[in-house]
Design a protein around this ligand. Structure first.
Ligand SMILES: [Zn+2]
Length: 382
């Protein structure tokens, strides 16, 4: 077998083993133990932090360090949790050769209608392979690799937010959680804010004295109408949930609307939030209702520009792999947002995941191998 075929076979086997272990957010114990054993077998020192207790999960973030003689400390990250599985359907990942002339494409998917979890087990497989390659590189020739396997990413970057990033002392970082193709990296991502609009009316008997009531549901409808739903240039906002009301013979006095807003630019996000609050107040005023507006930052965005070290390294190594590096922006968040906010310039590398968060999810092992070989070269591994 050629070295390239061996790499694909290892990644296929690692990915199948990882995907076969259920690990929805806050229930990552089994996969963390599996990954810890793999890291130890490669000679890395392994520790687990207390994020599990802090976020209500059964496992913490796993940090595996493989020391090198070069001065850089390089963060490599993937998250071990997945979105929830479909209840009652077996988790049975399979690898199938695709119909291509070179015979290099191998597609991994679930046999049954189940979520594969290549988001982000594929990233985990890549990080393990980079550790393996670093371990096979003479110590003096390699940087220190700080591999971080985060928990709870799918529930709002919980593990990364609970992680002591400063303690990693990383100089630069690579996250392998990009749903874009191999060759594309996510160099910018949004700020995200949670929004709560509490619409208050006045309670009254709906038949005896409806005139005394101020209908909170009616006022909430006005708030929804006035809300800047959807995309507006570079910002996007949504209301996703309505709660309130009660008995059918009562004019309801409270309705709570919850939603979110995202923007690439923090000032644009602030302006959007101001607009949401002002429009809500203007909408309920004529109805004699009131509204309490609250919002909370869920995560900060980032914009790396084109010349930060992780992107420069990837760009330099790209031509040898037939890759023309493309930088893209993501309207979603990832652990990359947290690492950047806490001072480690980190890029999210596309690994070719398809149809993530669905039972149609699949990934091509050849894409994993390309991403892995490229980043390994960018890091100067043997
Ligand atoms: Zn992910």
């Amino acid at each position: 077998m050629t070295a390239a075929a061996e790499l694909r076979a290892r990644l296929r086997d690692d990915l199948l083993a990882l995907c076969a272990i259920p690990s929805p957010s806050r229930a990552e114990r089994a996969v963390v133990d599996h990954v810890a054993a793999a890291c130890r077998s490669l000679g890395a020192s392994v520790r687990e932090d207390d994020a599990g207790q802090r976020v209500g999960g059964d496992a913490g973030n796993l940090i595996a360090e493989l020391p090198g003689g070069r001065p850089e400390r390089v963060l490599v990250n993937a998250h071990v949790d997945t979105v929830p599985l479909v209840p009652g359907v077996p988790l049975d990942p399979i690898a199938e050769a695709a119909d291509d002339s070179a015979g290099e494409r191998v597609l991994v998917r679930c046999r049954e209608r189940q979520v594969l979890g290549s988001d982000d087990k594929a990233g985990v497989a890549i990080v393990l392979e980079l550790l393996r390659r670093a371990a096979a590189t003479p110590v003096d020739d390699r940087p220190t690799l700080v591999a971080v396997f985060t928990v709870g990413e799918e529930r709002g970057l919980l593990g990364a937010q609970a992680l002591d990033v400063a303690a990693l002392r990383a100089d630069l970082g690579f996250v392998f959680d990009g749903e874009v193709g191999v060759g594309e990296v996510i160099a910018a991502a949004v700020f995200k804010q949670a929004i709560t609009l509490r619409v208050l009316g006045r309670r009254a008997h709906a038949a005896l004295e409806p005139e005394r009531g101020v209908h909170a549901l009616l006022a909430a409808a006005a708030v929804v109408q006035a809300f800047p739903l959807g995309r507006d240039g570079d910002v996007v906002a949504n209301l996703g949930c309505v709660e309130g009301g009660g008995a059918s013979n009562v004019v309801p006095d409270e309705v709570v609307l919850t939603g979110e807003a995202r923007a690439f630019d923090e000032h644009a996000l602030d302006a959007l939030l101001e607009r949401i609050e002002r429009r809500a107040r203007e909408a309920v005023g004529p109805l004699e209702a009131s509204v309490e507006f609250a919002s909370e930052r869920l995560y900060d965005g980032y914009d790396l520009g084109d010349h930060v070290p992780p992107i420069a390294l990837l760009r330099a190594a790209a031509p040898a792999h037939g890759i023309a590096l493309g930088t893209v922006r993501s309207i979603g968040g990832s652990d990359t947002n947290v690492f950047n906010r806490r001072g480690v310039p980190t890029v999210n590398v596309g690994i070719g995941m398809h149809d993530i968060h669905s039972v149609d999810e699949w990934i091509d092992v050849r894409d994993l191998a390309r991403a892995c070989a490229w980043v390994g070269d960018a890091l100067g591994l043997a």
